[in-house]
Write a protein that binds this ligand. Sequence first.
Ligand code: GDP
Length: 446
Amino acid sequence: MMEENVAAIVTPAGKGGVAIIRISGKNPLDIAEKMFTPVGKKRVKEFEPYRMYPGQIDGGNFSDYGLCVYFKGPASYTGEDIVEFQCHGGESVARGILRQTFRLGAKPAGRGEFTKRAFLNGKLSLASAEGVADMINGESDAEVKAGYLLYSEKLTNKVRDLQAELKTLLAGIDVSVDYPEEDIEEQHIEELRIALQKLHVQISTLAAGYAVGKKIKSGVTVAICGKPNTGKSSLLNKLLGYDKAIVSNVAGTTRDAVEGVLEIDGRKFNLYDTAGVRESGDAIESIGIEKAESIIRSADVAVFVADYLAADEEDARVLAMLKDKPLIKVFNKVDLAKDDTETDADVHTSAVTGEGIERLKTLLYEKSFGARGEDAAFLIEERHFDALQRAIDSLKKAIAACNIMQPLDLIGIDVKEAWDALGEITGETATEAIIEEIFAKFCVGK
Ligand code: GDP
C-alpha cells in the first residue's frame, strides 16, 4: 500500500539530546531532498538505505545540523518508504522541522498511524501492534517483557497454528458436505469430535495464562488489613521505602485507602492500606469501612497485620473477613517483643527495624504468582482473552453438535466461528471499529 506522506515527531515531548522526526509514505525522499542539504557529495535521492547522512536540516525560520536516514519499504517499520531526521532535542527545533515537512506536503500523522500502517501492510499482526503499546506503556519489567513477547508474535504464532488446524478440519467438512457418503459420515463426526476436543484443551490452556497475565498488566491488588494501630501504614511505608501513608498513633486516623505501587522481582503490586476495618458509629469512619470492604473484595491477596503483643478477638473478626482470600498473616512490632513468642503468623515484621520485610515481599510474590522463574507470560490483553473465550464457546457448541450427530455443515458453522474469533487476535477478522479503537489508544508518533 502506498499512502500519502505523513509526518510526526517520534521522540517524547520535552528537552533531550536528540529529537527524531519521521516521514512515512509513498515518496518521503522528495520532501527530504527539499529540506536536507547533505555534507557529502551524495544527493538525497542517491542515499543508500539504512545509513546515516550528516547535513543541514531546514526548520523554516532556522536550520539545524543533524542526521538523515532513509528506510526503503517494504523493509521499514511501516512497510513504506521512511525518512527520519535526527535534530537537536528541543521542542521548538523539532516542531520547526516538522512544520517544514508539512509545508512540503506531508500530512500530520494520526495516533498510532505508523504502527497502523505497519499492520495494514502486513508487517505485524494486530496482537503484535498491541504489544508495541504494552511495551511503551509498561510500568514494570514483567509488563515490558510480556509486551515484547506479544510484539514478537509469540501469541500470534500460537493462534495461527490453532487456526491452521481449524482450517484443516473445515476443509474436511467441506469435502464431506460436497460428496456425502452416509456410512462414513458417522465416523467422520467422531474423528472431528476428538480433534475438536484436543483443540479445546489447547485453547483453554492458552487462555488460562491470563490469570497471571492480568496481574502483570494491572498489577496485583494487595489489601493490607488489620485493626487500627497495628502498624499497617508503617508497614506500607517500609515496603515502599518512602513516607506515603500518614502514620499516627491515634487509632482510626488512616481513613482513606492509600495506594502505593511496589515492584517485586519486576512485577507490579498495588498496595492498599485499608482504613480501620471495625464497627463504628462514626459516619466518616463508616465510609472508610465500606471502602475497605470493597478493596478486600477486589484484592488478589490480603495481608493481615496484627500487633504482635496485643492480638485479641477484634483481630479475629478482621481475619474472618479475609477467609476467602489468599492470605499472608503478619505479626508486626516484633522489635517490642521480649522473647521469641510462638505465633501462627507467616512472617514476623518490624516496621521500625525492617525485620521480616524482605520475607514479606517474597511471600507476596509467591502468593500471587507461585514460585519464581516460571514461564514468561504474554497473554496480558483482555481483548485477546475475550477472543479466546469466544473461540472456546464455539468449540464447545461444535463438540455438543458432534455428540448428537448433527449434520456436518451445521457443525462447520461453529468451527468457522471459532476460527473467526481467533482471527480477531491476529487482526484477520477484526472489524474496522476494533482496529480504530486499538490505534486510538496509541500516542501520536507511534
Ligand atoms: P495503622 O493504624 O495500622 O496504619 O498503624 P500505624 O502505621 O499508624 O502505626 C501505629 C503506631 O504503631 C505508630 O505509632 C507507629 O509508629 C507504631 N508502629 C508501627 N509499626 C511498628 C513496629 O513494627 N514496631 C514498633 N515499635 N512500632 C510500630
